[in-house]
Write a protein that binds this ligand. Structure first.
Ligand code: KIV
Length: 265
């Protein structure tokens, strides 16, 4: 058994072994992803869109992440399990952040939490780490700031924006995060940030130079039923397979061809 821990991720960066991370929201997917030894499972707040059908991640509640973290925990053996903290679950003050994040560890069985934001959340990060809750950072295109950004737009294209993100990465590392998600930023910038920090960077729409890569699992499986951004590689189109199978089932039921003797007692 090769149980992945935050310490092992650090060692992977040092020996230049790339880190694989995928979102996971349920028990059976956790079991499948464990079978191929994906390093990190993230119960992302993307579940708001992927599982719950919201327009964006903002309506996701602490209870939603907790519920799905518990399910993933039951199917996970070896991957590092991270719970993504929803919008307004860690911004209202350190006490509230501690309370909500500790629930993910105590009740959900997560081994770390992820929170979005730069220098402005460094104080909260420090408090969480003092309480022995490992924190993954997330900067660049941060979906919880969709209204402020005016949509899902690549960040850090302008010089001063890029400078701010480099500074955010430095401050968050100093605050104690064990890893940093870089989302929706130019490859050149993620390369520079990855070179400057001593903790692993995990990219999504941030090019090839990050220490690891993360995708939403349903995106790579072709299960979102919507267009995907440029950075998503669809490795399979399961939506087509599902439509074929469900369509066949429906036809056979209508035509009294299912169940045959083989499927009856
Ligand atoms: O919520 C999520 O799925 C994420 C990852 C894509 C980084 O934050």
């Amino acid at each position: 058994m090769n149980k992945i821990t935050v310490v092992k991720l650090q060692e992977m960066k040092q020996r230049k072994e790339k880190i694989s991370m995928l979102t996971c929201y349920n028990y059976w997917m956790a079991k499948i992803l464990n079978e191929v030894a994906v390093d990190v499972l993230l119960v992302g707040d993307s579940l708001g869109m992927v599982v719950l059908g919201y327009e964006n991640t903002l309506p996701v509640k602490v209870e939603d992440i907790l519920y799905h973290t518990k399910a993933v925990k039951r199917g996970n053996l070896n991957a590092l399990l991270i719970a993504d903290m929803p919008f307004m679950s860690y911004q209202l003050g350190e006490k509230e952040a501690l309370l909500n994040c500790s629930r993910m560890i105590k009740e959900g069985g997560a081994e770390a939490v992820k929170i979005e934001g730069g220098a402005q959340i460094a104080g909260t990060v420090k408090r969480l780490i003092e309480a022995n809750i490992p924190v993954m950072g997330h900067i660049g295109l941060i979906p919880q700031a969709i209204h402020k950004m005016g949509g899902y737009k690549v960040q850090g294209r302008k010089k001063e924006e890029a400078q701010r993100l480099i500074e955010d990465a430095r401050i968050l590392e100093e605050a104690g995060i064990f890893s940093l998600v870089l989302e929706g930023i130019p490859e050149k910038l993620s390369k520079e940030i990855t070179r400057k920090i001593n903790i692993p960077s995990i990219g999504i729409g941030a090019g090839k130079y990050c220490d690891g890569q993360v995708l939403v699992t349903e995106d790579l499986l072709g299960l979102t039923g919507r267009g995907t951004p440029k950075f998503v590689k669809q490795y399979v189109h399961l939506d087509i397979q599902i439509k074929k199978a469900a369509g066949k089932f429906k036809k056979e039921v209508k035509e009294s061809k299912f169940p045959t003797n083989k499927y009856s007692y």
